[in-house]
Design a protein around this ligand. Structure first.
Ligand SMILES: Nc1ncnc2c1ncn2[C@@H]1O[C@H](COP(=O)(O)OP(=O)(O)OP(=O)(O)O)[C@@H](O)[C@H]1O
Length: 696
């Protein structure tokens, strides 16, 4: 809010000074002894200098925002002769006849030019400032930088730009002098007139617009430069006037009517925008060219500084109160400022951001699945190169407006956008595959955990069995509370024991060893293989000499199994392999290997967990001691999983699983040994008894 001093006319008329200043933006107007209070952000008293106005109006902040890509507007409004032009440009007389303006009197616009150029220098990257200057006179748009053009300019609307003036001359400005020249040229061409209230009255609304393109480095990508298009518009409205007071002639009467009509529309827009209920409804921007061109500044995504100018004269108190009410309504308007960018660059940026997020996600998933980091793909490389090329072309286009490279750029841009979208899509697909694979691995881990728990129980049961047989004394062994039996050699023979010693006391009435164990707990299908000799003692006449005994120490450990079918009846189609029947592999020996899903070349190469040393388990599957592949399903993973780490959670669970199986295997051997000793002892005992009870 700016209150100018009383002018000579007002002083001569002995008008009273009707404004009182209470500080903190509070202003009181004496309306025929009825005080009216108003509050604003800042109130400039008549003594305030032009510098004070520039420093304290928030103009500097507005310029900084424009440099950062926001659309900003400084707009002066108020009654005719209230000091709008004085505030915006300094005294209007200074532009008369090429006079050199007094530096202390220059207004907000000239000061802003200087500040803008200073600030622009401190911003890194390329900057381009362009200026246009127009006026709306009698509801017609005139280019103030190209006044010879006889035609009035059209106000158009586009989805991207909003309302804009077609064919407006735009001057590129590199220095403060260039900007000053634009201002002076426009001010010279502006429609002014003289009337009863102002000798140099503006008869039109003027708009000087600076577009500020700043090319700045993307904080997320040092190779990426983004162009932000900030806008700074200075609006000096024509003043509202009472035709009676301004003593308008025919010509100025028409001007006054147009001015007042457009200001009325502006007032309607401001009151609708300032009312939260009406704001959601229709705002009558289209009712005047002024409001069309101010639509974005008022209610869109811009930031607007409104400077209401009033005279303190009691003679004009009514207009002053109107202006102050107008300003109070305008103060309530809330806009949503956003950074303006080239829509194509914006799209590229959003795609690039999405790609970055997807790449990060991809990297994270790869880490989780222990795949090696993906090298920069061809598509990705070419996209990045194309984008850099595009930016360079854009730069050339900017520097040389005559060069018509737009067609080529458009084509390249379209192609690049398409490729970005393809890359995006492929990353999305790959990521979703990896998510699925991750879920699968998790499920498999859970299965393994469960199986290990079960195997541990089997082992405990077998241990109990052995301890029961060996009387729980020194002959038996105890599992350490945590972990596998310490003394046992996994691939070696069982601990030494007296093979030919007395049979261990058998639990009376207990079943033979294997009858204690539910075979389905640890065998793949069907019952365990028939033991040589069976569980029952053979008839005496069939057993000659040493009873058949399984050579415990010669029994092949599980990792020496050779490929071959199960010796069980009905299961193996081949004959029993040399070296005696082999135990069938445990049904959980390799619960998750799915050879059917593995591509042949993957197996042939011996990559990805299948050993290529020729070792196979009894049924042609990898040994439980080897890590089997678990992630063959996703084709994207064939190549990547080749160097996958051996220390994954899955692998450690799997190796635990293998150890447990080995233990079970050994324990079974031990039980079998006990069983044989038992049988032998019984047969000896039986033959002695028969000798004792024989015919005397
Ligand atoms: N703060 C001020 N200090 C000194 N003189 C001022 C001040 N404000 C305005 N004036 C003077 O008052 C006169 C009218 O001001 P100005 O032309 O800026 O009014 P305006 O609001 O632009 O009027 P119009 O709407 O008719 O164009 C000018 O001579 C100007 O120098």
């Amino acid at each position: 809010m700016g209150v100018r001093p009383l002018n000579s006319q007002e002083q001569n008329r002995n008008d009273t000074f009707c404004a009182q200043f209470h500080g903190g933006g509070r202003l009181e107007i004496q309306n025929f002894n009825q005080p009216k209070q108003f509050g604003y952000n800042v109130v400039f008293e008549p003594e305030a200098s032009q510098e004070d106005v520039f420093d304290n109006s928030g103009m500097k902040k507005l310029i900084d925002m424009a440099l950062n890509g926001y659309a900003c507007t400084a707009l002066a409004f108020g009654q005719t002769g209230s000091g709008k032009t004085h505030t915006m440009t300094g005294p209007p007389q200074q532009f008369e006849g090429g006079k050199h303006p007094d530096p202390d009197m220059v207004g907000l616009m000239q000061r802003s030019f200087t500040y803008l150029l200073q600030q622009a220098e401190s911003v890194a990257g390329n900057k381009v400032i362009r200026a246009s200057y127009l006026e709306i006179y009698n509801e017609q748009v005139i280019d103030l930088l190209n006044p010879n053009q006889k035609r009035y300019l059209q106000v158009r609307w586009s989805k991207n730009k909003g309302f804009y003036v077609e064919n407006l001359f735009v001057a590129e400005c590199e220095s403060v002098d260039d900007l000053m020249a634009v201002l002076e040229e426009g001010m010279r061409n502006r429609q002014t007139g003289s009337h009863g209230l102002n000798e140099f009255s503006s008869r039109s609304h003027s708009m000087l617009t600076l577009t500020i393109d700043t090319e700045q480095q993307d904080p997320d990508d040092e190779n990426l430069y983004l162009t932000k298009r900030g806008k700074l518009t200075f609006v000096d409205l024509a003043g509202s006037e009472k035709v009676k007071d301004s003593e308008s002639s025919d010509m100025t009467l028409k001007e006054s009517n147009n001015i007042n009509r457009s200001l009325l529309v502006l007032g309607n827009c401001i009151s609708s925008l300032g009312d939260p209920k009406k704001r959601q409804g229709h705002i009558p921007y289209r009712d005047s060219k002024l409001t069309k061109l101010l639509a974005d500044s008022l209610g869109g995504n811009g930031v607007t500084l409104m400077i209401a100018c009033v005279t303190p004269s009691s003679h004009h108190v009514h207009e002053t109160i109107n202006t102050l009410r107008y300003a109070s309504r305008a103060k309530k308007i809330k806009t949503k400022p956003i950074v303006k960018m080239d829509p194509r660059e914006k799209l590229i940026l959003s795609l690039k951001r999405e790609i970055k997020i997807l790449r990060n996600e991809n990297g994270y998933l790869r880490q989780q699945l222990e795949f090696p980091a993906k090298p920069k793909g061809e598509l990705q490389k070419s996209n990045d190169e194309k984008f850099m090329k595009f930016l360079k072309t854009q730069g050339k286009e900017t520097n040389d407006p005559k060069t018509n490279v737009k067609g080529g750029t458009e084509e390249g841009l379209y192609e690049m956008l398409q490729e970005y979208m393809i890359e995006n899509e492929s990353l999305r697909t790959e990521n979703s595959e990896m998510h699925q694979a991750k879920d699968k691995v998790k499920r498999e881990q859970q299965l393994m955990y469960r199986e290990n728990e079960r195997l541990t129980k089997v082992i405990e049961k077998l241990e109990r069995e052995i301890n029961g047989r060996s009387g729980g004394g020194n002959g038996g062994w105890q599992r350490q509370p945590n972990g596998p039996p310490p003394q046992r050699q996994v691939n070696g023979p069982p601990p030494p024991r007296q093979v030919n010693g007395p049979p261990p006391p058998r639990q009376s009435g207990g079943p033979p060893p294997h009858q204690n164990l539910p075979p389905e707990q640890y065998y793949d299908q069907g019952p365990p293989p028939p033991r040589q000799g069976g569980n029952k003692p053979p008839p005496n006449n069939q057993w000659k000499g040493t009873p058949p005994q399984r050579p415990i120490n010669n029994r092949p450990p599980p990792d020496q199994y050779i490929p071959g079918p199960s010796p069980q009846a009905g299961r193996g189609k081949q004959s029993t392999p040399p070296g005696g029947p082999k135990r069938p592999p445990h049904r959980l020996a390799d619960p998750i290997a799915r050879t059917a899903n593995i591509p042949p070349e993957y197996i042939q190469n011996g990559i990805g967990g299948y050993p290529d040393d020729g070792y196979m388990s009894p049924r042609g599957r990898p040994s439980p001691l080897h890590n089997g592949p678990i992630r063959q399903e996703s084709p994207a993973r064939y190549n990547d999983s080749r160097r996958s780490s051996q220390v994954s959670t899955s692998d450690s669970i799997r190796s635990m699983n293998a150890k447990l199986k080995q233990e079970i295997y050994d324990l079974e051997g031990e039980i079998e040994h006990h069983h044989n000793v038992n049988q032998r002892a019984k047969s000896i005992y039986g033959s002695q008894a028969s000798m004792r009870s024989g015919p005397r």
